[in-house]
Design a protein around this ligand. Structure first.
Ligand code: HEM
Ligand SMILES: *[C@@H]1O[C@H](CO)[C@@H](O)[C@H](O)[C@H]1NC(C)=O
Ligand SMILES: *[C@@H]1O[C@H](CO)[C@@H](O)[C@H](O)[C@H]1NC(C)=O
Length: 322
């Protein structure tokens, strides 16, 4: 009887820790093992943004695309091998995700200050995203830490699990729901588009489509940058202030000036739930900063590897050798 009870108790603990893996992450995870890890990451993120202000945007997006494919496990950083085609060449990432070299620089500096391989690549990506947001005017938040790194990556999972800019609202909502995120999370996290740029190939179809709701004056201003053919790589900012964390993104949506179709889907003027949230954040910057920080924590907690799952990669691009 006692044995059965012990067994049940152990099983309950196992089930609980599997279901609430994120609960194992803690803000002070490295405070004993590497007290200078976080300050080192912050310094190097700051330096990268000074060199190129867009890098902050790129690091935020890197974290998003890591988390949406089998959880925040650093899988996006793995280079292809003879046996594995990873996430880097998947459609949403190929020639699009940036910042791999910044992460490499941070990882080797952190290995040095920690006197060893202590901090996971997945945690570095999560902290770099937070430090980017703070450097560009957002509110700070504690990143929960202790993620471990994946030993595999999948191009198919990246192609299937990351939303694309041609999706309508229901598809965006169901994509976010598949990651345990709500419509509210979708609207808040899309506020990440307060930073950075998109290439012409992702919004061209809107410019030459008579039935699109894009503001005509804005559309005209984009025509030159993004012609009917060619210039696929030409960049346009996702809001008017691409290096500042502010609510111009939401203001733009309300004016029919969203760059991506998927962004405009969040505000269609029909008075739906998404419209109301866009209006709320557009009018209340302090709420946006606060809720964006909380939503980044929530996104950062998606299915982390913890305990003895995965590994701490020595080099973020390759799985450790046996
Ligand atoms: C809701 C669904 C989303 C879609 C369909 C989407 C799509 C896109 C696309 C197409 C680009 C331009 C990529 C390129 O031109 O190569 C982009 C850029 C960006 N996205 Fe998203 N995104 C979404 C959500 C998010 C979220 C949740 C975040 C972060 C919290 C985010 C952060 C960014 C940032 C910062 C950039 C600019 C990156 C840079 O300039 O390097 N996006 N997104
Ligand atoms: C990724 O981009 C490169 C360079 O533009 C291209 O040659 C390659 O075919 C692309 N890979 C995939 C899988 O689309
Ligand atoms: C043009 O816009 C309409 C309405 O948004 C959409 O249904 C249609 O698929 C678009 N066509 C192209 C070629 O993008």
């Amino acid at each position: 009887m006692a044995t059965v009870l012990v067994y049940l108790t152990v099983m309950a603990a196992v089930v609980a820790s599997a279901a609430f893996g994120a609960a194992e992450l803690t803000a002070d995870y490295y405070s004993e093992t590497c007290p200078h890890a976080l300050s080192t990451i912050k310094l190097l993120v700051g330096a990268a943004i000074l060199r190129e202000p867009r890098m902050g945007a790129s690091l935020v997006r890197l974290h998003f695309h890591d988390c949406f494919v089998n959880g925040c496990d650093g899988s996006i950083l793995l280079d292809d091998t003879d046996d594995m085609i990873g996430e880097k060449t998947a459609k949403p990432n190929n020639n699009s995700i940036r910042g791999y070299d910044v992460i490499d620089t941070i990882k080797s500096a952190v290995n040095t200050v920690c006197l060893g391989n202590v901090v996971s690549c997945a945690d570095i990506v999560a902290v770099a995203a937070r430090d980017s947001i703070v450097a560009l005017g957002g509110t700070s938040y504690d990143v929960l830490l202790g993620r471990r790194d994946a030993t595999t990556a999948s191009i198919d999972d990246a192609n299937n699990d990351i939303p694309n800019p041609f999706m309508d609202l229901p598809a965006l909502v169901s994509n976010f729901e598949s990651h345990g995120l709500s419509l509210h999370d979708l609207v808040v996290l899309s506020g990440g588009h307060t930073l950075g740029y998109s290439r012409c190939l992702f919004f061209r179809s809107r410019l030459y489509n008579e039935t699109d709701t894009l503001d005509p004056a804005y559309a005209a201003s984009l025509d030159e940058r993004c012609p009917p053919s060619g210039d696929d790589e030409a960049l346009t900012s996702l809001d008017d202030t691409p290096t500042t964390v502010d609510t111009d993104y939401y203001q733009g949506l309300m004016q029919g000036r969203a760059l991506l179709h998927s962004d405009q889907q969040l505000y269609q003027g029909g008075g739906g739930d998404a419209d109301a949230l866009v209006k709320y954040y557009g009018e209340k910057p302090s709420k946006f900063w606060e809720d964006f920080a909380a939503a980044m924590v929530k996104m950062g907690n998606l299915s982390p590897l913890t305990g003895d799952e995965g590994e701490i990669r020595e080099n973020c691009r390759v799985v450790n050798q046996e």
